[in-house]
Design a protein around this ligand. Sequence first.
Ligand code: 9MR
Length: 373
Amino acid sequence: MKLSLLPLSVASLLTLASCATEKQTPTLKDHFADDFLIGAAINMNHVKGLDPGSDSIVRRHFNSIVAENCMKCEEIHPAEGTYFWDDADAFVDYGVRNNMAIIGHTLIWHSQLAPWFPVDSTGAYVSADVLKERMRDHITTVMTRYKGKIKGWDVVNEAIEGDGSYRKSPFYEILGEEFIPLAFQYAHEADPDAELYINDYGMNMPAKREAYVRLVNDMKSKGLRVDAIGMQSHMGMDYPDFKEFEESIEAFASTGCNVMITEWDMSALPTISRSANVSDSVVYNTLFNPYPDGLPADIADRWNSRMDSVTDIFLRHKDVITRVTAWGTHDGMSWKNDFPMKGRVEYPLLFDRDCNLKPFMQNRLDNASDRQI
Ligand code: 9MR
């Protein structure tokens, strides 16, 4: 029988019962409401309605989203003077409709850079002046389109190597170290109300940490605004060193910036590479895909316990950590299934392939009597 045909009192009781159940089931965003924003990277399958599992996870549990791919230079600005807005517009509309804190990713990055961007018609690097003009145009055009809708941008991504030296990207090769302050200057001019972030992986590494602290302090001393340092936090079963990771949070906070955990996941499989650089991929080898039919209980326990410890670290530093974003929703859609080796079955995210919250976090939610639900 349709609900509307039931006698009013029975219908209301049923409605009330389902609302009550809903209200009593804690969500991540309620659980962490007093701590930090809790976000997820989402892709176009999700935005286009082809991944209903991800959609319900995000709408129920998260209050922030970041564009996994659709705002990268090669996607949004594939040719000089040609912008492709459809996907990014749909992503932003989804975030606005669902009242999310929307994060833009990413303006200046060596990877997924549109091939035309740093070169002229002969394929040679453009001059410093031409590259500056292209950077300014790209940053201004993209940020202006989403002004008032995007909370903050990853302005520069992955600019420093593990040893603290500058990555020899086209931006660096043409402009030297100056490309980073310039990017922040252009971004501030484009949208003074948007937050501006610098973001990288492997941020636990002491040499990299020191390089970022120096860089951010230097930019601040020149009057440039950097609102947060993003620690991507792609983790594994044997990295990062948690002590180093925590020391990095403290060091980044010492610059006066906020800290954001921007791309959190933890591989449950044997480590092949600690990098998050997509060009570091390896050929398929079954040895590196040991659990195609499910994670053995002892490994799952160890994974949950490590993720629980990481969550403790985030909470210990909630005074400076303003956002924690997972790099995806459920295990089935994670980039880690294809990196560093295609065709792996990975288990790195907060929700499993059936969209169930993983035990370590479910326990936190269930046992949080003192927290808001
Ligand atoms: O998850 C992203 C994957 O779908 C893309 O193929 C890849 C290349 O664009 O980028 C992945 O996201 C990366 C992010 O943009 C920057 N930090 C590392 C992430 C994982 O490689």
